[in-house]
Design a protein around this ligand. Structure first.
Ligand code: NDP
Length: 334
């Protein structure tokens, strides 16, 4: 029996693959790129007998997963478009996100062997960016972003708004599916905020870094002014992978929604301070055009404690994440 991981050759998906393999499980990764699948496999010779890849080119078509479900008893659905450089938000972000969910859930129900699906949703499907919550307000996994579908697909909306809609409406499609179809599996959804950390998927140059890490790297590379953080919360990709696998393995998580988030807030100014304190070279590249020495300020709370308690996950510090990521990119890609 295998765990199917979609988006297995992406930033978060590859960490999920590694976590499953380290726990002794068998993994089938789906990817759009046979070459990336080969490369991931070649980099993990010790797991050759427990790791295979299948190519699923475009999941906007329902039915594309039907032929890869043989022997699958659990699915971690990570794949979803996450980039902001779009020309048509609805076609490039929203429809693929929703249809990807419908495709994998439909194929899993048809296969009849799948017992659980863990879905990588996002804090984007929780946060209400238009509200100004008071400092004593805390977002939990019970909150939903009030964004409407019409606003998400409105050509006047930015790709950032469309992405938030893509995650919300894809997650809703999954909950609707289990409610109406009563399939053979239960569902767990995870709503992480910004995800950072070292990369274990195929990346050959800085331009190929995933969206969230490329913003963090831009700080090391000297972007000026520093980016503003859209949300103050974050999680390390390695910790998020552990959350995915615990959500898969623990019987009691079925039917639940979780908000995995480190307990300490972050800012790009704090990242800049960490880089300058740790790396000599960063003193020359990172901008000085910001208030250094400021602890990140959280305008509202984000409940990462429930996941720590219920899934037994310990979060890395922001410093560890930044140092590991920036050190890796500097040594191997820059
Ligand atoms: P990546 O861009 O590295 O990964 C995205 C993955 O989705 C890739 O593996 C890609 O496949 C796959 N994918 C994208 N579009 C399609 C499509 N149309 N058809 C098939 N596969 C597709 O980003 P992340 O690893 O950061 O993102 C993974 C997930 O985590 C997404 O669901 C994202 O929304 C979510 N997330 C990410 C956060 C972050 O800060 N990074 C925060 C919160 C949630 P391929 O490798 O074959 O190109």
């Amino acid at each position: 029996s295998y765990v199917l991981v979609t988006g297995a050759t992406g930033f978060i998906g590859a960490h999920v693959v590694d976590n499953l393999l380290a726990k002794g499980l068998k993994v089938r990764g789906s990817t759009r790129s046979a070459a990336k699948g080969e490369e991931m496999k070649a980099a993990r010779p010790q797991y050759a007998s427990r790791l295979d890849f299948v190519v699923v080119e475009d999941f906007t078509q329902i039915g594309v997963f039907d032929s890869v479900m043989e022997g699958i008893d659990a699915v971690i659905h990570v794949a979803s478009p996450f980039f902001y450089d779009t020309t048509n938000n609805e076609q490039e972000l929203i429809i693929p996100a929703i249809n990807g969910v419908k495709s994998i859930l439909t194929a899993s129900a048809k296969a009849g062997t799948v017992k659980r699906i863990v879905l990588t949703s996002s804090f984007a499907s929780i946060v209400d960016v238009d509200s100004t919550p008071s400092p004593d307000f805390t977002y939990t996994a019970q909150h939903w972003n009030p964004l409407s579908y019409d606003t998400a697909v409105d050509p006047k909306s930015t790709s950032v708004v469309a992405y938030r809609g893509s995650k919300k409406f894809a997650e809703l499609a999954a909950w609707d599916f289990v409610k109406t179809e009563k399939p053979c599996f239960d569902l767990v959804t995870l709503c992480p905020p910004m995800v950072f950390g070292p990369v274990v998927h195929p990346v050959h140059n800085i331009k190929q870094l995933n969206e969230s890490n490329s913003v963090l790297w831009s700080v090391a590379a000297g972007v000026d002014p520093l980016p503003g953080s859209r949300v103050p919360a974050w999680i390390d990709a390695r910790d998020l992978a552990e959350v995915h696998v615990q959500a898969l393995l623990r019987p009691e998580t079925g039917g639940k929604r979780f908000l995995p988030a480190a307990l300490e807030p972050f800012s790009y100014g704090y990242a800049a301070d960490i880089m300058k304190d740790t790396f000599e070279w960063a003193k020359d590249t990172v901008t000085s055009n910001y208030q250094s020495g400021q602890k990140p300020h959280a305008p509202y709370g984000v409940d990462g404690q429930t996941v720590a308690n219920e899934l037994g996950v310990k979060y890395r510090s922001f410093k560890e994440t930044v140092v590991d990521f920036v050190g890796q990119v500097k040594d191997t890609l820059a």
